[in-house]
Ligand binder design. Structure first.
Ligand SMILES: *Cc1c(COP(=O)(O)O)cnc(C)c1O
Length: 412
């Protein structure tokens, strides 16, 4: 059976040879990296670009680089490069702050765009920061948060009707990898005159969610996951063109001012997406992200999605043959799957540690999830099969019972 899978992995890698971009990354030998959804791998050219920022742009040219190296325009430039991967035409995405901060800005701005309405819907299973920040923004803007699964969002949106401000959801569930229907939920929100905000942390770089095509209003997402921007890379925010004049976000910092260098005593928002900026951008991280995005040069997002589905689909196939007893938490239908496969196991933390000891890097998520992310640009079907074989060895050998794998580190 395994030899049939080996043959199939080989065939699939030949079939998908045109989207194998592993050569654009610097990965350590002997590692199968399935954690690109937490911290993307290092693309070629980033180290050199950062060295240039430090030595030439900063060290030699000093403050002149704000103009000469285009530092001031970096948030817009990087924003547009990200926009190309998420279906946003130029001028609607800016690279700034963190996802947490951008979500706060988006929720408060949404409240101001729909005065008199009170309700925000969000997913009870959201990534925790989304829950905390949505609660905080709602408190500050006088809204109430209802936690409703995206599976029930369309029905609940219709019931809340003209009291709804915003449906705020992640496009992909960070634990199970379930892909929600962005088009459908956005349409339902619009039908009652409300807005939709999408968290793209687990979609940007692996599936083109089509923000413009589906009429999304607002979106946020990370730079350090599938976009490979490096640890703590800045995030992004999308505001559709039609809302930009009304986008009144709560953090009125000088980078979002219409005339920042006039040093005026009162805030006047800049036109366009620039008003979503707040303070001085973290240029080292932002320019690393800009260099990292070159890994996507000439990559059709639809082709990356096709490769991602092939990798996760093949992994599910391998599990069915090699470890059929495993409880798979990720939907099998392509249309409902992001770019990861998660399995549940009572000793999930130790399973992940035992995999890491074998060179297969995934991560653990509370309470029982082994999460394996498949970044399409640098993984092959051969990697996928090898990962499934290691998982089988860990399960069959009960490696998860060994004490060395059960002690928890600070960052899980
Ligand atoms: C990774 C992730 C975040 C992280 O937010 P930060 O502000 O960068 O810490 C937020 N939301 C979701 C859904 C995520 O997956």
């Amino acid at each position: 059976m395994t030899s049939a899978l080996t043959e199939r992995a080989r065939e699939l890698d030949v079939l998908h040879a045109a989207t194998d971009f592993r050569g654009r990354f610097r990965l350590p030998a002997g590692v199968i990296y399935l954690d690109g959804n937490s911290l993307g791998a290092l693309p070629q050219g980033v180290a050199e670009a950062v060295a240039d920022v430090v030595h030439r742009q900063w060290g030699n040219d000093l403050i002149a680089s704000w103009n000469d190296a285009g530092w001031w325009q970096a948030p817009a430039r990087v924003g547009d490069a990200i926009g190309a991967l998420i279906g946003a035409a130029p001028g609607q995405v800016v690279c700034t702050d963190s996802t947490s901060v951008n979500l706060y800005k988006a929720v408060v701005a949404a409240a101001r765009m729909r005065p008199g309405r009170r309700v925000v819907l969000t997913d009870p299973d959201s990534f925790p920061t989304d829950l905390y920040v949505t609660d905080a923004a709602a408190r500050d803007a006088g809204l109430v948060v209802e936690r409703v699964s995206p599976a029930d969002a369309v029905a609940r949106i219709a019931q809340v009707g003209d009291d709804l401000v915003l449906a705020s959801y992640s496009s992909v569930d960070y634990r199970t990898g379930e892909l929600w229907d962005l088009a459908e939920i956005t349409r339902a929100a619009h039908e009652v005159g409300a807005l939709a905000c999408w968290d793209l942390c687990h979609s940007a770089g692996v599936l083109d969610v089509g923000l413009d095509e589906h009429g999304a209003d607002l979106a946020v997402g990370c730079g350090y996951k599938y976009l490979n921007g490096g640890p703590g890379a800045p995030a992004f925010i999308y505001v559709a063109h039609r809302h930009q004049d009304d986008f009144d976000q709560p953090l009125s910092g000088w980078n979002g001012h219409a005339t920042p260098f006039a040093m005026a005593p009162h805030f006047v928002p800049a036109p366009g997406i620039t008003r979503a900026r707040v303070g001085t951008p973290p240029l080292m991280g932002m320019l690393a992200l800009e260099a990292a995005l070159k890994a996507y040069d000439g990559v059709d997002p639809a082709a990356a999605r096709e490769r991602s589905l092939s990798l996760t689909g093949f992994f599910l196939e391998c599990l069915d043959v090699l470890v059929p007893e495993l409880d798979v938490a990720t939907p099998r239908e392509d249309a409902r799957r992001g770019s990861q496969v998660s399995v549940r196991h009572p000793q999930a933390y130790a399973v992940v540690q035992a995999l890491i000891a074998r060179g297969v890097v995934g991560d653990f998520r509370e309470s029982d999830i082994v999460r394996l992310g498949f970044a399409p640009l640098y993984l092959t079907h051969g990697d996928v099969l090898a990962a499934a074989e290691h998982l089988r060895a860990v399960i069959e050998g009960r490696a998860f019972e060994r004490e060395q794998f059960t002690t928890r580190a600070t960052v899980t």
